[in-house]
Ligand binder design. Structure first.
Ligand code: HEC
Length: 112
């Protein structure tokens, strides 16, 4: 697919096709990165009942992400905590994919 586009670009040499190719490259790159917008929607559905809609905890013992609580850890550690759960916090392995959880973490990082 990309090969064909590249071939077309070289073949015609039109700058518009170059731009199309560049945009395709950029948009395909973005789909691999975390998406805090999608993360926010998942957060509202799965996490807000304890961690609060705006990240201020509504459950005793649950961290407030709006105050940056527990957010000093790297994404990989947060990912594994969310997958396995912790005490009163349920495990999300099998409910959310790795990418879903990374999207939620990207959203958590926007809260404070
Ligand atoms: C049933 C309530 C509940 C739900 C739902 C919930 N959590 Fe939690 N969460 C907790 C509690 C309680 C803790 C504190 C656990 C502890 O350290 O004892 C916690 C801790 C955490 C931590 C810190 C883990 C650490 O390493 O200290 C993260 C990150 C987190 N939750 C993210 C999420 C995300 C993301 C979701 C939604 C996918 C979610 N939580 C859903 C209750 C919940």
């Amino acid at each position: 697919m990309i090969r064909q586009i590249e071939f077309k670009k070289i073949g015609s040499g039109k700058p518009t096709l170059c731009l199309t190719f560049l945009l395709l490259l950029l948009s395909s790159g973005i789909s691999y990165a975390s998406d805090p917008g999608k993360g926010g929607r998942l957060y509202a559905m799965q996490c807000a009942s304890c961690h609060g809609a705006s990240g201020t905890s509504v459950m005793p013992g649950a961290p407030s992400f709006s105050r940056g609580e527990r957010m000093m850890q790297p994404d990989a550690i947060l990912l594994s905590s969310i997958q396995t759960g912790k005490n009163a916090m349920p495990a999300y392995r099998g409910i959310l994919s790795d990418q879903d959880i990374l999207d939620v973490i990207a959203y958590l990082r926007t809260l404070h």
